[in-house]
Design a protein around this ligand. Sequence first.
Ligand code: PMP
Ligand code: GLU
Length: 398
Amino acid sequence: MKELSRVSSAIKPSATLAVNAKFQEMKAAGIPVVGFGAGEPDFETPDNIKEAGIRAIREGKTRYTPTAGTMEVRKAIAGRLQKDFGLTYDHTDIIVSNGAKMCLYATLTALVNPGDEVILPVPYWVSYWEMISMNQGVPVALPTSEATRFKITPDQLEAAINEKTKALILNNPSNPSGMIYSREELAALAEVCVRHDLYIIADEIYYSLRYDGRSFTSVASLGDEIKKHCIVINGASKAYAMTGWRVGYAACGDKAVAKVMSNCMSHMLGSIGTMNQCAMVEAMNGPQDSVETMRQAFEARRNYLVERMNTIPGVHCLKPDGAFYVMMNIDELLGKTLGGRVIRNADDFAMAFLEKGLVAVVSCTAFGCPNYVRWTYACSMDNIKEGLDRLEKFLREG
Ligand code: PMP
Ligand code: GLU
């Protein structure tokens, strides 16, 4: 057989989805494993949103729509961006697609020429790296540490820029660190990007999940020139517990970007499900109290998980500002034998913890941080308690 595409063959499967698949397999085989793998809210999609989807099917809204989404859904999204951030977009600046994931992919397809560099602060969500590579771009990782609360500085960004740099991907709040950049920090980073004429791919999908009364600023709201350079990525999955509906969007400050994205997607996927778009209209326009109810539950879970994790000898974590992930530092465990395996890095730990501890967590190697594992608290308090009981036992018994 002839060789497959070299670019595509080099792509690794998503580490988060792989952990989830392994977890589901073990569960189906009757193994009593507890899961902290893929970040997916355990709540039901709110009833008003479900009903809107069902109603759409009954009303025969079952046909193709424009690639970028119906005018109604794009207007509803523009309305939400106005209400939440004071951002003004025309509906033609909005591209709706198959989750934020596809919006990110299409954004990179629209921006990247072969060899273009895209800057990625570490830790980075696993799919960014591969999506850049799939578009024949070059990911450039910017290291961070606990000491800077996993945030990059403007000087660091400046130093990484050269004539090949095309864009910065800024995930705020961050998956997996959970950190949130303040308005001032964002303004300083955005200033560097605008001065070098870089696009800012602002993945703000976790914006509604922030804790301790913390405020959130969309980077695009910091000025017209910044907005022009931004492609804001967001969606329904996290805030509205709609992971399976696959609705995300990109809000483009530059109409040329929206046009190229839409042109490409018209060949790749046509459009997303019509009824899903109708459900999204309700998510955007309907009552928002369920978002707040879920946020409060996540905050309580975060508090419990972080406080207890930091009492367990051998591991520790920072308290995240938002999203629903905790990065557990395993430095002290390196070189030890746990579950019959020498722990050289997070991959070893995650494997041993799954096989012997019966807990699924994600190694942060795929996020650029091989000394951390990621727990999600988008799961029940009982699950979290059980997971931590098992962690204590696993570390105690070795
Ligand atoms: N961005 C980040 C940072 C994520 O964690 C995820 C995970 N779901 C996505 C984008 C994609 O979300 P979806 O495709 O479900 O909208
Ligand atoms: N984004 C979530 C995560 O990081 C869901 C899985 C995925 O899409 O990668 O776990």
